[in-house]
Design a protein around this ligand. Structure first.
Ligand code: ZN
Length: 135
């Protein structure tokens, strides 16, 4: 079941430059910066109440986020929904004819299992489902 908005993803050229806005203007605290090799991005998470802002900076020219920045520029990139059973969400999406970018969950930041649904099937919003690994 999807229980909350886990985070909102924002594509930036440079976390070092963008974090100044989130820290100095909005007064948010950067909880961690983490590289996610599977997605070829560096991520920075800022807590906002019980959800997060995730800044995404590409670490390679062929990173999906690098291609996004080329086409669309900096800005809103994806919405991340928390689920306790990512496999069920993907199975339901598939059975409803939704196009999946990841048919199987992949490793995301913070030890999460994540998968993306294609914006062509989600009315234009790149949609991530994520499941926190149970300790
Ligand atoms: Zn995300």
């Amino acid at each position: 079941m999807i229980s909350k908005i886990d985070h909102l993803g924002i594509a930036v050229h440079s976390i070092a430059e963008a974090r100044v806005f989130y820290e100095q203007v909005l007064g948010l605290v950067c909880e961690r910066i983490e590289e996610v090799p599977a997605q070829k991005v560096r991520t920075a998470f800022f807590a906002v109440g019980d959800t997060h802002i995730e800044l995404l900076e590409p670490t390679a020219p062929d990173s999906p986020v690098a291609r996004f920045l080329e086409k669309r520029g900096e800005g809103f990139h994806h919405i991340g929904y928390r689920s306790d059973r990512i496999d069920d969400e993907l199975a339901r999406a598939q059975s409803q004819g939704c196009r999946l970018i990841n048919a199987e969950p992949v490793a995301g930041a913070g030890g999460k299992k994540i998968a993306f649904l294609h914006p062509g099937s989600t009315f234009g919003v790149l949609t991530e489902i994520c499941e926190q690994e149970q300790p």
